[in-house]
Design a binder for this molecule. Structure first.
Ligand code: NAD
Ligand code: MG
Length: 377
């Protein structure tokens, strides 16, 4: 029997890559549910190709609700908890993915998680839900997949330190003054990865790496001072893991999300797959590593600060960033304003306990309100 997979956000960058992977693994997996936000046309084509038991669209689509079809935000939870689904690929961008992750974990399913924002906004709640309900979170993010691949089969007490790599984004060689005035087009020109707009901007501010540090803390249980970041412009080494004896393992490969997506579906097993370019060290060329410049990426330091504060500070950091990135992409604020907005929100936020959904949602809403105000001042 094949394993039923739901893809939430199937029309996005990760969603489409996941379908690419599943297209080569039809004996092992079937697509059991698909959801999209508003791209009804692509969703319909995907549904016609895969014949899932459930298809949902959050916003729009034709009026045809019926057996196996859903509309509105509740379709995410319906897809995530569908009886035909064993693995939920959460490829939604931003806070909108939280409830579906929680619902899938409560139903005891595996969540192949690309939607890192929700582990940042509610890490304690999400990991506790997984523990208590028998659900499982397996990262899709390439750095975290790399760590998982290095630590699988080891005890957590053998782990000493993680070093996540960051490409440095398109502004790695710019001056901070020039970066502050960067245009949307410039911010969307990522040197090594082709991704959705929000994460591409997050890679330019390095907020993405701050989110990933928090994500790693919750996934692997290490304190923040044991989760380091190094800039590695070639994006060939995805992460290093240091063990207590001082030995270091790394996972390497040409940048592609298809490998981490496949691994999230099959972990801890590996299955044959001929779909991605095989690694060639000579073609990879010279690999370089640099420290993170805090002058160039002020928002990265803010994220680490929020992580150290703990509780809802990370929730506020994530919410402020989501609002600021949206305003930047709409052309309403300049690039440098993203970090300034986050800083103002964190200054005003009173971090509290982030253990319940109510507390997390309240902190998220408050930070969004503060961010909308702060962005203009
Ligand atoms: P994307 O913008 O290409 O796709 C996101 C998808 O989410 C959309 O296509 C839509 O179907 C859905 N969506 C958006 N808003 C929604 C809402 N309010 N409710 C329900 N569904 C909604 O983004 P992406 O690049 O595929 O990224 C998705 C997630 O994966 C993000 O959290 C990102 O950080 C993470 N991620 C992406 C990559 C990558 O290579 N693209 C790598 C690592 C992690
Ligand atoms: Mg990543």
């Amino acid at each position: 029997m094949s394993v039923g997979v739901a893809i939430l956000g199937s029309t996005g960058s990760i969603g489409c890559s996941a379908l690419q992977v599943l297209g080569r693994q039809r004996e092992r997996f079937r697509v059991a549910a698909l959801t999209a936000y508003s791209n009804a046309e692509l969703l319909e084509r995907q549904a016609a190709e895969w014949g899932p038991a459930y298809v949902g669209i959050v916003n729009g689509g034709k009026g045809d609700e019926g057996r196996g079809k859903g509309k509105g935000v509740q379709c995410l939870v319906e897809a995530a908890t569908h009886p035909d689904v064993q693995i939920v690929v959460n490829a939604i961008v931003g806070a909108a993915g939280l409830e579906a992750t929680l619902a899938a974990l409560r139903a005891g399913k595996r969540v192949a998680l690309a939607n890192k924002e929700t582990l940042v906004m509610a890490g304690e709640l999400v990991t506790r839900t997984a523990r208590e309900c028998g659900g499982e979170i397996v990262p899709v993010d390439s750095e975290h997949s790399a760590v998982l691949q290095c630590v699988t089969g080891r005890e957590s007490t053998e782990l000493a330190r993680l070093i996540l790599t960051a490409s440095g984004g398109p502004f790695r060689t710019w001056t901070p003054q020039r970066v502050a005035g960067a245009t949307v087009d410039e911010a969307l020109r990522h040197p090594t990865w082709k991704m959705g707009k929000k994460i591409t901007v997050d890679s330019a501010t390095l907020v993405n790496k701050a989110l990933e540090v928090i994500e790693a803390h919750f996934l692997f249980g290490l304190p923040y001072d044991a989760v380091e970041v190094v800039v590695h412009p070639q994006s060939v080494v995805h992460a290093f893991v240091e063990f207590v004896d001082g030995s270091v393992l790394a996972q390497v490969g040409f940048p592609t999300m298809e490998l981490p997506i496949l691994y999230a579906l099959t972990h801890p097993a590996r299955v044959p797959d001929a779909g991605t370019r095989r690694f060639d060290p000579v073609a990879a060329g010279t690999l370089t590593f640099e420290p993170v410049s805090t002058d160039l990426y002020p928002a990265y330091s803010l994220g680490r600060g929020a992580a150290a504060t703990g509780g809802t500070a990370a929730t506020a950091f994530n919410a402020a960033n989501e609002v600021a990135v949206e305003l930047f992409l709409e052309g309403k604020i300049r690039f440098g304003r993203i970090g300034e907005t986050i800083a103002r929100v964190l200054d005003q936020h009173h971090a509290g306990d982030a253990a319940t959904l109510e507390a997390v949602l309240a902190a998220d809403a408050e930070a969004r309100r503060l961010a909308r105000e702060a962005a203009w001042r």
